[in-house]
Design a protein around this ligand. Structure first.
Ligand SMILES: *Cc1c(COP(=O)(O)O)cnc(C)c1O
Length: 371
């Protein structure tokens, strides 16, 4: 291969939108566990999901998530398969029982569009606000939202991964169950989790590999629900079975446990994690803002995501040049989502500040050389 096209990825510079980069310290432990989990003497890939060890993994992970988010026993903590996408359906299948009013949703980006598509198979619904006309370039302000008191629930996405839009406040009424897809910012900062009735987040953006989705659900939501759901689609099956209703993804759950241990012991909690994530995002947005328009942020400043920094250059050709040069320099995962193109730097928990410093330096150098 000619040198100019050789790709030379460096895992520490993986800005992938998902599956995202995991902390190096966790990867080292995963490597050991593939060969031998010390307390068991077997590879993590071959340990029974019915073992005492795995029951302990689930219990510790549940406790860690409760501790990180300050959740009491009125919430169930579940580890499910099917990804966030399965929750798009399970939420209306569970929460609409006996209700006549439509649930309320926001349409703030690509992933909310997917949520709406699935929810509409289950129910008529009300879209309270849509950013589609404005190309999903901003999020709604409070004045633009009229929540109904009699809605069975209100659903939104805390961080729109594709467009790079993130809410920095909790939305909705306190007397209507709040449901949130936090797949791309879960455990990246404190989130007032106890103001939500149901939170779901798959692991593969911020807290682990693909294969497991965390669901936090308030017990009172399950008092009135349909009795004719297939067993797997009934949250109560998973609660009774301690997330072991059928064979769970043992490996993925174990890696998420290692990530929560890292958050608790190495990072010392979500307030610290949030401070680190803010510094990373501030560096990148400053690189955009100080570039005299060479790099253009896609979204309104007040709605900028701390997880996904999405930007454009002045032409698609220039973007291709940028992406190719970034790959040669060892960066990866910087192409924008296939739905919108451009450039996206995803800076999840596992990506270190130093990697962002290297990217901003690369951006300055690229700008200089191109001018
Ligand atoms: C990536 C993403 C999804 C898709 O999740 P799957 O696990 O692939 O079903 C859903 N919601 C958000 C916010 C995402 O970022």
């Amino acid at each position: 291969m000619p040198v100019s096209t050789r790709i030379n990825p460096n895992n520490a510079l993986n800005f992938s939108g998902g599956p995202g980069a995991l902390p190096q310290a966790v990867l080292a432990q995963v490597q050991d566990a593939i060969l031998n989990v010390p307390e068991v003497g077997l590879s993590v890939l071959g340990i029974s999901h019915r073992s005492d060890w795995f029951a302990g993994v689930v219990q510790e992970l549940e406790n860690n998530i409760r501790q990180l988010l300050g959740l009491d026993l009125s919430y169930h903590v579940l580890f499910l398969q099917g990804g966030a996408t399965q929750q798009f359906s399970m939420v209306p299948m569970t929460l609409l029982h006996g209700k006549t009013q439509p649930p309320e949703y926001l349409h703030t980006g690509y992933w909310s569009g997917k949520v709406l598509g699935e929810a509409r198979h289950e129910t008529p619904l009300r879209v309270l606000w849509s950013g589609e006309q404005e190309g999903f370039s901003r999020l709604p302000r409070d004045e633009e939202l009229q929540f109904s008191a009699d809605a069975p629930y209100f659903h939104y996405i805390s961080n729109e991964t594709v467009e790079g839009l993130q809410f920095n406040r909790v939305l909705g009424r306190d007397d209507v169950p709040r449901v949130c897809d936090m797949s791309s910012d879960f455990l990246s900062k404190p989130c007032e989790a106890d103001r939500f009735s149901l939170i779901y987040a798959h692991a593969q953006k911020n807290i682990g590999p693909a294969g497991v989705t965390v669901v936090l659900i308030r017990d009172e939501l399950l008092h009135d629900m349909p009795d004719n759901l297939p067993g797997w689609l009934d949250y109560r099956s998973h609660i009774t079975a301690h997330s072991n209703y059928n064979t769970p993804p043992v490996f993925a759950i174990y890696v998420v446990l290692l990530v929560t241990r890292w958050l608790l012991r190495d990072v010392s909690g979500l307030t610290n994690m949030s401070a680190i994530n803010q510094r990373k995002a501030a560096l990148l947005y400053a690189a955009l803002d100080d570039s005299d328009g060479f790099y253009r942020g896609r979204t309104a400043r007040e709605d900028r995501s701390l997880m996904n920094v999405v930007f454009n250059l002045d032409s698609a050709a220039r973007e291709q040049q940028f992406l190719a040069a970034s790959q040669r320099a060892g960066f990866s995962g910087l192409s924008g989502h296939r739905a919108i193109g451009g450039v996206r730097a995803s800076i999840y928990n596992g990506l270190e500040l130093n990697a962002v410093e290297q990217l901003t330096q690369f951006m300055r150098d690229f700008q200089q050389k191109t001018r």
